[in-house]
Design a protein. Sequence first.
Length: 393
Amino acid sequence: MAGDTRNLKYGCNPHQVPARVSREGGLPFRVLNGNPGYINLLDALNGWQLVRELKQVLNLPAAASFKHVSPSGAAVGLPLSEELREIYFISPKRTLSSLACAYARARGADRMASYGDWIALSDTVDVETARIIQPEVSDGVIAPGFSADAHTILSKKKRGAYPIIEIDAHYSAPDQESREVFGVTFEQARNHVLPCFSLFTESEPVTAVKAIPKAAQRDLLVAAIALKYTQSNSVALSLDGQTIGIGAGQQSRIHCTRLACDKADRWLLRQHPKARALAFHRKVGRPVRDTLVEKYVGLAACGENQVCRDPALLEPTEVITRSEKERWLADFRGMSIASDAYFPFRDNIDRAAASGVRYVLQPGESLRDEDVINACNEHGIAMVFSGLRLFHH
């Protein structure tokens, strides 16, 4: 599809030159616009694998918002509620394709982390999806194709320099993969395992609660597949076909869980009527709004009678009080959580339960599995042991 070698401006950092990517027999992608860099291509190729796998498993268009070789968000193309349209900056009058819904969800999961993302899309990009991407701050996009009108819209981003990559949808990587670190070559079998097909048909929950609804099964798979392409250690919360909080690259499992749950809580608080009613000056752009909303929902933990003051707001605004926050979050239950390796202690379950988690997917085989199972039983949580670790480095 492309030549054997593509020279890059530099590697991870500007002083790392020369830099290039290569593959004997030709690269499996074409650059249609712009000039993607080293990190861009890492995000693009990891993101493409994620969305391709989501599409294969769930038979829905899929999208990922990637930053620094981990997804900020991942989703399949389910319709958006009125509340999600509002917090994702989607007009209620706008017609959305399933692919456009998938990207709006992936970007909206963690809009702060997605600033300057690399976008991966499972299907040919249509006009509806291109129009969702157009106003966002993004570093590039990879997909198996682009309609002519979508390409025209996207190629105008970044003053015409927006990187657009067309991936060969039929390309499959070799079974053996290698990398070099400090002059030493590592080799291993590629992680071809799809973490899905037998998890809910052959693996019965190990907890007292056995029932896992179809929607929760889907959400657990979204989380697990996202983790397969997330820097370890990693934990992900999901709901309604999208991740809502990812804790990536932490040395401690509980820190992954806390980070993922805190992000999920903030995602829910962004939908609170007070947060949705924030009144911005007309010329305030999306990045400033995202930053201020993040600040605003963070103030909800500070106590009663707090006021948010900022030049971007038309007027000082009362924050969500602690009691309002607790009542709002208590109304949300039925979230799913997945972990790329076993939960070593029950503290992970206790923290997840506090954020409304009711379904858990993890490999199991910890020395303290019984403690973790007992914690799930105390909280009324259903948990499946997959027996499948999903480390990614």
